[in-house]
Design a protein around this ligand. Structure first.
Ligand code: ADP
Ligand code: MG
Length: 329
């Protein structure tokens, strides 16, 4: 038995989604498909993420921020590959709590970030469910033919970099659950980071032009560097002291007795949506210039050597992470 759609599928599509549609390719969301003309000399790069209430966002999260986070986690994947996003497909599984005001809020979030990141809605599907709400998005982007940056290109001798700061994703989750004893301003900044992380779309071009391998940090820095090392068949060595933290991250670490344990927590938490990448040492100066031009923090945290896995050091000593699944040190 299909659940009853209180706000109306047709009305939702025509009144809320159609105004967000790509002016030409979306066909006003009044056809069965969108049609995107192929772009000469380019590859189409696609990614998809699904989020479910109670798993990836909290039942109390406002839906405009849920929509923006969904868009941003997708944009983060494309940015890490060097691709330029242009549009997206969207599936909404509305739950009973998603009436007209909630759906309007969801679309307000989409509209805001469409403008920020230069993407438009191409189509999707709308269903209702008696269970928790869920949303999924497919993001599409272009990249010049053959230039997609994979996880597999890291070479022995390359340097390892990360954009922005690490740890605010995990701290943000603590913040929205009221588990941090930092001052109110820091808690608010971390909560904002959790709800609307900043995908590094602005750094996609330098990554495309100079990175040998790249990944966006969603599972946690150590785990994601492990994915890079595995795909590239190399070992990645990093110094935990070099991992960049935000002011809030520093404040949180300063409150802990065991600094190493605090850092370990931050580099194994997820949801940072920074780009971790490797690049030849000769490109370091150019990468730094590109980051500076964009007012983006860029930090060298380690290097690529022969072997496998991720080796982290603190105070010159190997660090053995106690979380299963990774071999370090
Ligand atoms: P179908 O009958 O094939 O399921 P729909 O009636 O669901 O088609 O969709 C009609 C149009 O509305 C299509 O262009 C579809 O892409 C668009 N659409 C439906 N749901 C959404 C959504 N959540 N976001 C964007 N476009 C949507
Ligand atoms: Mg149809």
């Amino acid at each position: 038995m299909p659940a009853v759609d209180v706000a109306g599928e047709f009305e939702t599509i025509q009144r809320l989604f159609a105004p967000l549609a790509h002016p030409e390719w979306g066909r006003g969301l009044a056809d069965d498909v969108a049609v995107v003309p192929s772009r000469a000399g380019h590859d189409l790069v696609l990614t998809k993420d699904a989020i479910v209430e109670g798993v990836h966002f909290l039942p109390t999260d406002p839906l405009d921020t849920v929509a923006r986070k969904l868009m941003r986690v997708n944009l983060s994947d494309l940015a890490a590959k060097g691709a330029e996003p242009f549009g997206y497909l969207l599936a909404c599984h509305w739950s009973p709590r998603c009436g007209w005001p909630e759906r309007t809020s969801f679309c307000d979030g989409l509209r805001l970030d469409q403008k920020t990141f230069g993407v438009a809605l191409l189509g999707g599907d709308t269903v209702v469910t008696p269970g928790p709400a869920g949303f999924s998005m497919t993001m599409l982007g272009w990249i010049p033919k053959g230039r997609t940056v994979s996880r597999a290109g890291a070479r022995v001798g390359d340097l390892v970099f990360v954009t922005g700061a690490i740890g605010d994703g995990w701290l943000g989750l603590e913040a929205v659950q009221d588990r941090l004893s930092l001052d109110a301003e820091r808690v608010a900044a971390l909560s904002d980071h959790y709800r609307t992380p900043t995908p590094r779309v602005a750094f996609a071009l330098p990554v495309r032009d100079m990175a040998s391998a790249a990944i966006d940090v969603s599972d946690g820095l150590i785990a994601d560097l492990g994915h890079l090392a595995g795909a590239s068949g190399v070992r990645i060595e990093i110094d935990l002291e070099l991992v960049p933290l935000s002011a809030a991250g520093h404040a949180w670490c300063d409150d802990r007795v065991d600094e190493q344990a605090a850092l370990e927590r931050l580099v194994t938490g997820g949801d940072d949506y920074e780009i971790a990448f490797t690049a030849p040492a000769r490109d370091e100066a150019a990468l730094r210039r590109e980051a500076e031009r964009r007012h983006l923090r860029l930090t060298r945290i380690g290097r690529v050597t022969a072997g496998e896995g991720v080796a982290a050091r603190f105070g010159g000593q190997p660090v053995a992470f106690d979380r299963t699944g990774y071999t370090h040190g």
